[in-house]
Write a protein that binds this ligand. Structure first.
Ligand code: DAK
Length: 257
């Protein structure tokens, strides 16, 4: 049974993955997460794809990990299932990944959106880490990514009270890139994806790696990493094409080489 819908050529060079468990508000069961990991790995290898959009439906991006599937598990069951390796593989997607979020993005759903590189939200989006209300706490990066994105005081309030924030609050706090009416949130994500897809995919990949490195290291090492990736862009045909196109006052045609 498939819990996601994958459209590799949703638009030229842009793939769309839709979470598809609408009755359960896209609760992230183990099967769905495995399918999502497999789809992302496949799309990451597909040279015709430059950007991936991950979305849910208007009511829910995802209302969290599947509580019904988790409820009876012991700590050792959780350890043996090793869901973290699935999440880690998703995090390692090399192509730019945009979350298009409408409705609930809660718990693991909020964490999944934050695992993406950018978030486009509909006005109806609600973000939250309500795990505390069911006697646990965020387990897929919520305490870390949320805190880095919106700061300690706000993250602490969300994680300790379980209260949701609106799309506009999320935008004001720096968690999301754009907030648009619900009718157009997917199109807005596509517009953003198209801008990125027009760039050199090599430069985009190296730049994504370097920005992500900022979360994992101190400034000196981060700058060193950035420098190496910067040099590497000069090994690409795309660098020659980009600079030549600028000089010739024309649009560049990037090949990803
Ligand atoms: N899990 C399972 N089913 C869910 C669900 C969830 N997270 N969220 C909603 N559903 C189901 C409901 O049970 C209901 O099913 P039926 O009763 O119809 O069979 C259906 O979806 C519709 O939900 P509601 O009737 O509740 O709809 P409402 O509009 O009234 O309320 C709501 C919407 C989103 C406010 C409410 O459903 C809700 O509070 N949902 C739970 C939100 C939540 O607590 N989320 C955090 C879950 S804990 C890990 C990685 C990640 C995680 C853990 C470990 N590792 C890597 C190890 C993450 C943990 C979590 O996310």
């Amino acid at each position: 049974m498939s819990f996601i819908k994958v459209t590799p050529e949703y638009r030229p060079q842009i793939a769309l993955i839709e979470l598809n468990r609408p009755k359960e508000l896209n609760a992230l069961n183990l099967e769905l997460m495995g399918q999502l990991r497999d789809a992302l790995q496949e799309l990451d290898k597909n040279d015709t794809i430059r950007v991936i959009i991950l979305t849910g439906n208007e009511k829910a991006f995802a209302a969290g990990a599947d509580i019904k599937q988790m409820a009876g598990k012991s700590a050792i069951d959780m350890l043996n299932i090793d869901q973290f390796s699935t999440w880690d593989q998703i995090r390692k997607t090399r192509k730019p990944l945009i979350a298009a979020v409408s409705g609930f993005a809660l718990g693991g759903g909020c964490e999944l959106a934050m695992t993406c590189d950018m978030i486009v939200a509909s006005e109806t989006a609600k973000f939250g880490q309500p795990e505390i209300k069911i006697g646990v706490m965020p387990g897929a990066g919520g305490t870390q990514r949320l805190t880095r994105a919106i700061g300690k005081a706000r993250a602490m309030e969300m994680v300790l009270t379980g209260e949701f924030i609106s799309a506009y609050e999320a935008k004001a706090y720096g968690l999301v890139n754009k907030v648009v009416p619900v009718e157009v949130y997917l199109e807005e994500a596509v517009r953003l994806a198209q801008k990125i897809a027009a760039m050199s995919p090599i430069a985009a990949r190296l730049a994504k790696e370097a920005v992500n490195r900022a979360f994992e290291t101190h400034l000196d090492e981060g700058l060193h990493f950035e420098r190496k990736n910067f040099y590497l862009t000069f090994a690409s045909e795309d660098q020659k094409e980009g600079m030549q196109a600028f000089i010739e006052k024309r649009q560049p045609k990037y090949k990803g080489k």
